[in-house]
Design a protein around this ligand. Structure first.
Ligand code: DGL
Length: 267
């Protein structure tokens, strides 16, 4: 038993898609969430900067006496996970491996698409992880840089989102994929728009789901589940107070979010 909270970080509000998956399956676990809203996006930044930012995020979370870290950000997971695991003496889980595993399980024709930020796609982390499990799978990837600002603007179900998705996904659709990894925290919020573009025969993979399952396994394996009788709590921290985080986040999680601002540069 371990009643300490789970630490989660992302470059902004997108990681709340992972929080939602954890809430569905691990409702008795407390969470400390950090969204690096002052320094989003991570997806267009260099490896060195993403490494530095990710390290600072973990240092902040460690101050909150957490028992495990989830790197909800796909960009940070693809760039920095191995480094973070080498630096810190606490279990740290990323979203790439669980997402890759779910895609391998879902595909029948062994043709998988992956979409993500420029950083995630350039890292090649998803194709690598998918082929490590099944080398016969063909992976087609595409950076979709405009999706993040569209979600942050609250336009996930708009015509702008639909047209942008059509443009980005045209090539991938022609490859006759039957599975698409939504390899960015924000993309699950575009699921219905993407599903309209790709049609019902393409399974959409939210890596947050597999990550929640991975966490369950880890907590069971290490006997670290929370067993306190009092209700679990979620605390939110951000590096800049913005209206979007509270508004879109509260709407998405269906609960009032009051985030406290911290100075991430001091970590
Ligand atoms: N959280 C990032 C990711 O999942 C998307 C936003 C950003 O570029 O920082 O890759």
């Amino acid at each position: 038993m371990d009643n300490r909270p789970i630490g989660i970080f992302d470059s902004g509000l997108g990681g709340l898609t992972v929080v939602k998956e954890l809430n569905k399956r691990l409702a008795n676990e407390s969470i400390v969430y950090f969204g690096d809203t002052a320094r989003i996006p991570y997806g267009t930044r260099s490896k060195d900067i993403v490494n530095k930012y990710s390290e600072q995020c973990v240092r902040f979370l460690l101050e909150k006496d957490i028992k495990v870290v989830i790197v909800a950000c796909n960009t940070a997971s693809s760039t920095s996970l191995a480094r973070l695991n080498a630096l810190f003496d606490i279990p740290i889980i990323g979203v790439i491996e669980p997402g890759a595993q779910a895609a391998v399980k879902a595909t029948k024709n062994k043709r998988v698409g992956v979409i993500g930020t420029a950083g995630t796609i350039a890292s090649g982390a998803y194709p690598q992880a998918i082929r490590a499990i099944d080398p016969e799978i063909r992976v087609y990837d595409q950076a979709c840089s405009l999706f993040v600002p569209i979600v942050e603007e609250g336009w996930s179900d708009s015509q702008v989102a639909q047209l942008t998705a059509q443009t980005y996904l045209e090539d991938i659709r022609e490859k006759q994929i039957d599975t698409l990894v939504l390899g960015c925290t924000h993309y699950p919020l575009l699921s219905s728009t993407i599903a309209k573009v790709l049609g019902p025969d393409v399974s959409l993979i939210n890596p947050g789901e597999g990550t929640a399952l991975r966490l369950i396994d880890l907590l069971e394996e290490k006997d670290m589940k929370r067993e306190a009788k009092d209700p679990a709590t979620i605390s939110f921290y951000v590096s800049d107070v913005g209206e979007n985080f509270q508004r879109i986040g509260s709407h998405f999680l269906n609960r009032q979010i009051d985030a406290e601002k911290i100075d991430i540069e001091s970590y």
